[in-house]
Design a protein around this ligand. Structure first.
Ligand code: AP5
Length: 215
């Protein structure tokens, strides 16, 4: 099964994708993670996109479609979770073509709904273990007192993202509403869309996604 997790910044896409990887043996394809990796390793492309990402704007379609294209080749029985991709109608069309070129299908699109106020709270309280990508939150999932990641056990590798501040978040939200939210109608028209209440607890959202994938 190949699915898209669609939602604004901080909706919980990464958190839910990690759970699906563990429980369903799926592969998470996060364009945000791929771009941060390129930025951290100082590749030409990484240097090019660093400022764009820090401001909260979208990177060009050409770059992100290229990143996804590289990952789709070959067999993957558990299926892909597209996390943060597509984000524009052009990217959605490109994904459709790439999937059919690879003989794959897109099976479901899960829209995660969270109001803006909760997004600000979540984003400004987030930290991530740079060892394994486990996501923490000062309010709902604080970093353990012993400084060890609960997932990989490595110590003191917690980081905050450069774009996790209120100013960049405003631009990220604007980009979501202007460029990404039209995808809700796009996939609704294709009868692929399910919406879940992303405001529930992590476990409640997991349950809603599970039900959506089983119907
Ligand atoms: P990206 O990395 O994709 O960021 P994003 O879409 O802004 O989403 P986030 O990663 O911020 O949030 P999330 O929904 O994964 O939430 P999380 O699970 O972490 O993109 C970053 C940038 O890269 C973009 O701005 C753009 O520049 C560029 N980019 C990436 N893809 C692109 C593309 N396709 N095209 C163009 N440019 C692209 O959760 C957030 C917090 O909430 C955490 O602290 C978590 O613990 C907490 N939390 C999660 N679920 C719950 C819950 N149910 N209850 C309470 N707390 C929760």
């Amino acid at each position: 099964m190949n699915i898209i997790l669609l939602g604004p910044p901080g909706a919980g896409k990464g958190t839910q994708a990690r759970h699906l990887v563990e429980t369903r043996n799926m592969v998470q394809l996060s364009t945000g993670d791929m771009l941060r990796e390129a930025k951290d390793s100082g590749t030409e492309m990484g240097n090019m996109v660093a400022g764009v990402m820090a401001r909260g704007e979208l990177v060009t379609d050409e770059i992100v479609i290229g990143l996804i294209r590289e990952k789709l080749e070959g067999d993957n029985k558990g299926g892909f979770i597209f996390d943060g991709f597509p984000r524009t109608l052009e990217q959605a069309d490109a994904l459709g073509h790439l999937m059919s070129d690879e003989g794959k299908t897109l099976d479901a699109v899960i829209e995660m709904r969270v109001d803006d106020e909760a997004l600000v709270d979540r984003i400004t309280a987030r930290s991530t273990c740079s060892g394994c990508g486990e996501v923490y939150n000062d309010n709902t999932k604080p970093i353990p007192e012993n400084g060890k990641c609960t997932s990989c056990g490595q110590e003191n590798l917690f980081t905050r993202r450069a774009d996790d501040n209120e100013e960049s978040l405003k631009t990220r939200l604007m980009a979501y509403y202007k460029q990404t939210s039209p995808l809700i109608g796009y996939y609704y028209a294709k009868e692929m869309l399910s919406s879940v209440n992303g405001l529930g607890t992590v476990e409640a959202v997991q349950g809603e996604i599970k039900s959506a994938l089983e119907t």
